[in-house]
Every structure is written in C-alpha cells, then in structure tokens.
Design a protein around this ligand. Structure first.
Ligand code: NAP
Length: 319
C-alpha cells in the first residue's frame, strides 16, 4: 500500500477518502506544526505528502524522501516549497486555488473597513472605560465610499476584492505585470503603473504571490509615494512588505494606517515593533478561515493527492 504523511489533523470525513487506498500517518495536533525532526523522519518512505504553508518543504527535506511523488499543499500560495528541488526530482506540487478566493476577498474587505474605521481601537476604547461622552472628532477614520482603491496583483482574489469595491462606489486602479482588458471593461477599473497607483490610492491592497520578484515590493520608497491619509492592506504574504519600513511610515504618520493578515515571520513575535502602534490591525493569517472554505481546501488537497498518485482525474498542479 502506498504511504502518505499528513502534517496536521484533518476532519474525519476528509480522511476516509484516503484510508481505503493508502496507508496514512498524520501529525495529530491541530494547533501545533509538526516538529522539523519528525517531518524529516516521516518523509523518508512516503509516496505522498499533504502539508500546510507552515511547513518548510526545502531542498534538504526533499532530499530525505526517497520515493516522494507528490506534495499537496493545502493553500493557494506555495512559497513554503522549494519548487526547484521538487522539479529536479519530478515531484508534483499541487495547491488549492478557487475555493478560497471569495472568503479571502471577504476578509480583505473586512480588514480594509476595520482599519479605515478603527474598529479594533474603538472596541478597546469602550472596553477600557474611556467612553465618557460623544465628541466631534472621537475615533474618526477614513471614508470608504467613493474612495480610490489600488490593487497590486489583480488575480483571482484581487478581482474579487475589486467586485466588492463596486458596491462602495470606489474608483479602482490596479497594477499587474500583464493587463486584463476584459476585467477592466467589466468592472470599470483602470490599469496604472505601480507609482501612479501608490500616489493616487486611498487604499493600497497587496494581492500578489510572494516570489523573489515581489519580495519587499512595498518598501520605504513605495510607502513614501503614498498619501498621508492612505491605508495599506496586506492579505497576501508578509514578505512582500518591508516591515521595518512600514513601521517607520506608520510611526511617523507618513501613511495613516495598515491592516495586515500576514507577517514576515509567522506566528508574530509579541515584541514585534508593529504591535506597539495603534494605527495597525494585525490578524493571525485568517484570510481563508471560514468553516466551509477550510473544509473545501482540505477536500481539494486530499483529491489532489489521490488523483496525483493514481493518475486518474484532475489535479491543481502549480508551475
Ligand atoms: P493569483 O490568481 O495567482 O493572482 C496573483 C496576481 O498577482 C496575478 O494577477 C499576477 O498577475 C500578479 N502578480 C504576480 N507577480 C507580480 C508582480 N511581480 N508584480 C505585480 N503583479 C504580480 O493568486 P490569488 O489566488 O489571487 O492569490 C494571491 C496571493 O494571496 C497568493 O499567492 C497567496 O500568497 C495569498 N493568499 C493569502 C491568503 C490568506 O489567508 N491571507 C489566502 C489565499 C491567498 P501577473 O502575472 O500578470 O503579474
């Protein structure tokens, strides 16, 4: 029987799909990643690996596995996997696109609104007993309706965010390496270069994958181009934004605020400088975290694994 290793506890109903045809070992803790030394040992004799974005599947780990044929990543991003090392060994790598697009776009828009209207700060203000009276400028934020939204990376999620922005009569700009003429027409959105987008947007939303090319795509220079009233939203990957530069821009009020679902080193160190600032909302990477979507992601990751190993049906192969 072919052997599989699963790096986090999965729902029973998803597992039963695998148990008939494969021998399964699984790290059974829901809230802790598998330790590196355990993973290194577990991959030695397996045919298939189902992993999460918290697992670093680097060339060293891949070299430990002698028979591995497929790595099924339960995420749309796959920057946790050394693609070169996988390709060299002809190991298939799959992801879970599609099912999490709308859920992540919901969270992106929720974070945009929460940051603009200071929801977390306002709730804490009330709970801390500071609400003594109504006052004219108390906890005032930024308007969303009619504002300009700039989306960097108009892919599946970026496009879904642009659709939500229509409901708020936002003017939407986008920057990609390639233009999407059909989407421009359908959603009445405007293609610009990165510099123009940064200068003109009230909300800058980062939605690219994390690659060598996008690492620190938003740094001191780019933050310097943004409006003082502007808000940066990042629900893509932490490494796309230079956090030190962001901290300085927020601290010096060069930009107005930031909403981040992702951070360069996750989980966040509680001494992280960004946690000292009131004008940033930080979330623990919950973009796709709805019950329905997380279950669907597990289901797709399992289907990728089965189909990849049996050679039947389709899989979501990444480049
Ligand atoms: P996608 O459909 O592949 O879209 C990515 C977009 O980024 C494409 O339009 C691509 O267009 C653009 N892009 C790539 N490289 C670029 C560059 N160097 N400069 C400018 N634009 C660039 O991916 P998606 O499904 O929308 O997801 C985007 C990312 O969100 C994922 O890679 C993942 O890391 C992250 N994500 C986070 C969560 C969460 O829980 N917070 C959930 C899901 C996804 P061009 O190739 O034309 O440039």
């Amino acid at each position: 029987m072919r052997k599989l290793y699963i790096t986090r506890k999965l729902p029973e109903e998803v597992l039963t799909k695998l148990s008939a045809s494969f021998s399964i070992r699984m790290w059974d803790k829901e809230d802790q990643p598998v330790p590196r030394h355990t993973l290194e040992k577990e991959v030695e004799d397996i045919d298939g690996l189902l992993c999460l974005l918290t697992d670093n599947i680097d060339s060293h780990l891949i070299s430990k596995s002698k028979k591995l044929k497929i790595i099924s990543n339960m995420a749309v991003g796959y920057n946790n996997i050394d693609m070169e090392a996988a390709n060299e060994r002809n190991i298939m790598v799959t992801n879970t696109p599609g099912v999490l697009t709308e859920t992540t776009a919901d969270l992106t828009f929720a974070l945009l609104m929460a940051t603009a209207r200071r929801l977390v700060e306002s709730s804490n203000y009330l709970r801390d007993g500071n609400w003594k009276t109504w006052s004219l400028m108390m906890l005032t934020g930024q308007d969303i309706f009619g504002a300009t939204l700039g989306i960097i990376g108009l892919g599946n999620i970026g496009e879904a965010v642009a659709r939500r922005a229509q409901g708020f009569s936002m003017k939407t700009l986008y920057y990609n390496r390639s233009r999407k003429y059909d989407v421009e027409k359908e959603l009445n959105i405007i293609y610009t270069d990165l510099e123009t987008l940064l200068k003109e947007s009230d909300f800058v939303c980062v939605m690219t994958p994390y690659t060598k090319e996008t690492e620190h795509l938003i740094g001191k220079e780019q933050l310097g181009l943004m409006k003082e009233s502007a808000i940066l939203i990042n629900t893509a990957r932490g490494g796309i934004v230079d956090e030190q530069a962001l901290y300085e821009a927020l601290k010096s009020k060069k930009i107005w605020g930031a909403g981040l679902d992702v951070i360069e080193k996750e989980p966040i160190d509680l001494n992280h400088s960004l946690l000292t600032l009131p004008n940033v909302i930080l979330l623990p990477h919950i973009g796709s975290a709805s019950v329905k979507t997380r279950t669907a992601m597990a289901d797709i990751a399992v289907t990728n694994l089965i189909n990849g190993l049996t050679g039947e049906g389709t899989i979501h192969l990444v480049k």
